[in-house]
Every structure is written in C-alpha cells, then in structure tokens.
Design a protein around this ligand. Sequence first.
Ligand code: ZN
Length: 507
Amino acid sequence: MSETEIRDPGAFETRLSHFLFERSEEARAVRVGEKEVSEQAEVVARYSDLFTRAQLEALAEAEHQAKTADASADEVERLYRLRKTCEGGIVAAELAEREDALENEILAARVVWKNEEMSLRTAQARTAVLDTYADRDELGELQADESARFNSKQLALITAAETLEAELSGQPDPIKRSEEEKALSLRELESALAVVSERLDERWSELRERWFDRLLGSGRDDLPRQHQVAYMRRLSPLASTYTRERATEVCLDTLGRLGFDLMAMPNIRLDLDDRPQKSPRACVIASDPPQVVHLITRAQGGLHDYEALLHEAGHALHYGGCDPALPYAFRSLSRDHALTEIYSYISAKIVNEPGWHEHYFSLPEKTARENAEAGLFIEVMLFRRYVAKLQFELEFWGRFAHEGGSEKGYAEHQLAATGVRYRPDWFLSDMDSGFYSADYLRAWIRSAQLRASLLEEVGEDWWQSAKTGDFLRSLFAEGTRPSNEEIAARLGFEPLDCAPLLAELGA
Ligand SMILES: [Zn+2]
C-alpha cells in the first residue's frame, strides 16, 4: 500500500487495532522493566500511514455522511471514535521522538541517597516504605528536586501537544474540547463535587487528625509534606496484617466469591513480579480486548497492595469480559476513562467492608472496623485531593492560552483540601492529560451509586455475592460502548446525584 492511500473506516479500524496492539506491548515492556529503553517512536513510524491529515479528513467526511444519512447512533459514535483516535495519533506521531527522548532521560536520571544510587521510580517506591518520617522527607525531596529538573521540557511538550490538538480539532479552547469529548460540563461537575468535598470538611478533619497521628506518629508536622502521602496510603503500620505475600491469594479469592476465577481466564495475563525498573504504580494494559489483557502490579506490603490489585482487576475483568463480537471501537476505544474506572472502583471498595477484613485476616470485629475505616480515610483523602486537582486543572487550562502553563494555585488547592504541603513545582508530575482527574471523579460518583444499588438489590453481602458478579458481567459485556453517565440511568440515578457518594464517604 502506498503512503498516500486513504483507508475507509473499516480498513482503518483493522490496521489501528494492529498498531495499538504493538504500541501497548511496547509500553508494557518498558513499564514492567523488561526494557530499559522506550522505542515507541519506532512503532509509530511503522504505522505512520494511519495518522495523516488526509486520513483524518476522510474519516471526518465518513462521519459527516453517516450523520446526514441518518445512520444509527452506534455507527456515528464508532466513526467519531475512529476520527478522534486518528487525531490523537497525529499528535502522538509528531511528538513521539521528543516524548521518547524525555522518557529516556527520566529513566536514566539517578539520585544518590545514603551512598546508594537509584532511579527516580525506585526512589519513589522506596519513599513509600521507609520507616522513618525524616528519611521519607529526605529521599522524597531528592526525588522531587530531580523530577522538577524536567519541568520545562515537560511543559514544552504539553504546549506542543496543545497547539497541535487545537489546530486538528478546530477547537482552540482546551476545556471546551475536553467537554465535547466527555459530553458533559466540567464546570458543572466541579460545582457538584465542591459541595460534596465541603460537606466532608468536618468528617475529614476528624479522620485526618486521628489517622495522620496514628500513621505518622506524634512527632509529625502539623501539615506534613507530600512525601508522607504514599507511605500513609500504603497504611504501612498495618503491613504485618496485610502482608505482601498474601495479597495475590486473598484478592483472587475475593474475586472468586463474586464469581470471577481470574486464574481460569487465559486472556487476563498476570504480572506480579518485582523488578527494579518496574513502575510502582499498578496498571492494566488492554492490548487487544478481550483476548489480551495484562494486569500488572508491584506489591510492596500493606493494605494498599490489596486495594490496588482489586482496582486493576476491575479494569482487567471489564476489558477481558467484553463481547468479542463488538466492533473494535467498542472493545478498545473510548472517549475517556470514566466508564472503566467505575468497575475498578467498585472492586476496590471491598476493602472498605469490615466483613472482608474479618473474613480474610481473622480479626476481631472492632479491629476489622478500625482497619476498614483506614480504607475510608484514604478514600476521603484521595477524593478531596482529586477535587482539588480538577479545580487546579480548570484554572491551569483556563489561563493557558494567554499565560502558558503555570503552577499558580496548585499547592494552595492541595493544602486546603488535604492538609498536606505539596511542592508548587510538583504540579506537572501530578497532572495527567485530558482531564483524567474528572474521569476519576465521575467514577467516584457512579461507583457510589452502583454500590447503593447493589446494597438495595443484593444486600449487605454484595461484596461476596455471585449476584454482584452476574450484574457486573452484564455491564462488562457492553465493552467500552456506554458512557459513564449512561450507567447512571441504568441504576436509576441522575448523573450528578452525589447523595450516595456523600453517604458513603461521610459514613
Ligand atoms: Zn484505574
């Protein structure tokens, strides 16, 4: 096929699936530490024929024709996703070499702490498990200093991507562009969430004082630095109960009670090994759903391992459970991540159930309740942190066109929401593209609605009932087709009804 040949949507979709498979497998190899050098640019170059302006125009034309010919909503949506993927591919292709170069520089960066040289990822992973408060601050600062050295390059890349996206989409306003993709108002979402966050003020200050003291000790700063968060999040002092060794077995059994036998699903490939360059953040890479789905975690000890494994298992079961007969666009492509995060959230919520702690760790009822509250403490902290992230990102992108990207307001929002001092220059490390924070928050609202509905339909035992599994399986089968907000309607809620979320977090 010549370089200039333009594909029809069906042929584009097929070749796209091959490209995304190879790209996902490459990203996986780097992420898990099998490869030290990222070669995304090489994969992108091999498929450069997919991502041309001429191809983008052809897809836009096909979408326009489908609309005027009154094609089904599914068909129009499928073409929309193909066009937006092509658009994103052009941006990625044009920036791939610079992205690779920056990622490789970051991978090669080292900090030296107590005579030991380590990568930034290892330093980050280590900070979370150091036993001494001062050590965590010290190594955390070293790691953050070194990360901040890459800020100007990172900002230059973000700016280049933004300029290209504005040009290709014809929408110069990054907030409006995101709103069109997500099909909702980000500011309305923010307003609804700000109310929830505010109504949790009292509950949060009580949880915060109790758990900051318990987890960080009485000698802590009133307002601890950001380097203490990952350590708290692991609930490391509870690590003797929630051991690294048992994490896999307990989580697999938990899912088994819902009717999901992960070991018997060859399409979900588990990678639970410990490797020095493996990112400490758990993730799922769905290379070709439902046939090839990777579930990757790096257990370090503590309740967080269990929560992270259950969270990622929710994604894996979603992608691995979609109907193979769906078009590729509805198995693998989505407008955003807000749908799949509902399923990871509902799965991870199991660690907030006292009964789960009693059952697996033979704890007396009172201890089980306390430890489940620890899970809730983390969830309220993260929820408020994400509302603050969304608020900062709306400000960041709102002023981006006339001011460029700046850190203004980042640390202030985080401090007010969490009582933790974040470094202003951490703002880029803390920001994912495309308002991912909003997707998490939509999933927070929806998974609380889902749990409320399961409590109603299945009962208190929802977290260990095969009926829950059956209901989830029927949702998974639809793949990535529905929007997060469409699930609200299935559950009988309005999209922005935050009452279940407030009830759950304020409990
Ligand atoms: Zn997730």
